[in-house]
Design a protein around this ligand. Sequence first.
Ligand SMILES: Nc1nc2c(ncn2[C@@H]2O[C@H](COP(=O)(O)OP(=O)(O)OP(=O)(O)O)[C@@H](O)[C@H]2O)c(=O)[nH]1
Ligand SMILES: [Mg+2]
Length: 429
Amino acid sequence: MLDSAVIEVRAGNGGHGLVAFIREALLPRGGPGGGDGGHGGDVVLIADPEINTLTKFHWQPHFIAKNGGKGDGHHRNGPKGNTVEVTVPVGTEVWVWEDGEDKELIGDLSTPGQRMIVAEGGRGGWGNAHFVSATHQEPLLAEAGEDGEIRRVRLNLKLLADVGLVGMPNAGKSSILTAISAARPKVADYPFTTLEPVLGVVEYGPRAFVAVDIPGLIEGAHSGIGLGDEFLKHVQRTRVLVHVVDGSEDDVPGRIKAINDEIVKFDPEMAKKPQILAINKLDLDEVSVLIDEIKESLKTVDGLHSETFFVSAATYDGLEELKTAMFHLLQSSYEANPVVIPESVEEIPVLRPVVRKSTDVVVVEPEGQLRIVHQKAVRLARGSNLGLHEARLQFHRRLDQLKVTKALRDAGMEDGDTVLIGDWEFDWD
Ligand SMILES: Nc1nc2c(ncn2[C@@H]2O[C@H](COP(=O)(O)OP(=O)(O)OP(=O)(O)O)[C@@H](O)[C@H]2O)c(=O)[nH]1
Ligand SMILES: [Mg+2]
């Protein structure tokens, strides 16, 4: 069943900040003008009521947002990377997927129009204009952009069924679901084979809908007889009911009436749902020979507001027509009662996974050297040309301000020790 898909989402990296100075004829002491890098684009999931399966993700499992642009001279900031918007069905859960299993639920897109930033773009790095101070009129520092988030997530569609299959035990509900969808509920020739509801995606041309097969009902189910009526709540939110009847049994009208009585007793509103009657086991002579008699007998059922189909889950006879009828009834139901996207989508909170950025400042490498991992310091080291003596002096002052120097000292650093940061390594002095 296509109700789950693993995808990879990559947000854009932030653009690098620039080191530049404004030196124009009319501005002799023009000062630093290096612009900031643009933010990287996000990957955003949007709950779209027009979609009801995750099928498309099997063909397109990668989503990559654009990087932010580099900062430019004259305080011009780099362009922001475009956001990638990915539509998913309403009811999609988002799980962090690692080592082939679910690690953590980070989002649940349950409201139409709801958005979730599933991978956040990196912030653009600051250009040197941000680093002016009384002591540094000519800042030589700039930040590299922050990396965008990359994650593998599993989308899991909590299916909301559109169509509910109801009927007596052994009528062939599970057999019909098996014949029209990829679901494989247990089928056997004794009553109460199905003990739990089973969902199946029914493909209809390029469209699809979801059907649910529930345990059989019997007379008195509403008062707890058989497996009781608690499973009827699983079809309460469906739009269309398919009432499956074993045509080879005696008293077909009586059986139909018994089930419909149970439905009314459970919930009178449910009894008003559009219902399709599927008289099953047409391949058996008891049914095929008696079609006309059965049709005639149905006229005795009061208030039957159903289209009737003779079908066989064994030979697939009539199932295409049954699917078409389900689809058309569903379509009219959606037209009459559309899923409404709330007027102001801004009111629905945008979901963001909890970001656990490391707050470490210094770590010890396996060989015993100290490595600076403070994120701002690392981005400064990446974004600046530390080959320049003056830039290194400014960088050291920043390390003091960011309390990185203190952390290094606390970790036992002495003058002359080698310190690592990013791809760069230097001796502390
Ligand atoms: N000949 C024939 N047998 C069928 C047909 N459909 C179902 N059966 C048989 O009827 C029996 C019951 O089928 P199920 O699909 O398990 O019936 P169910 O309505 O899901 O039953 P519960 O889960 O007990 O409520 C099985 O032995 C099926 O093989 C059909 O179209 N023709
Ligand atoms: Mg069953």
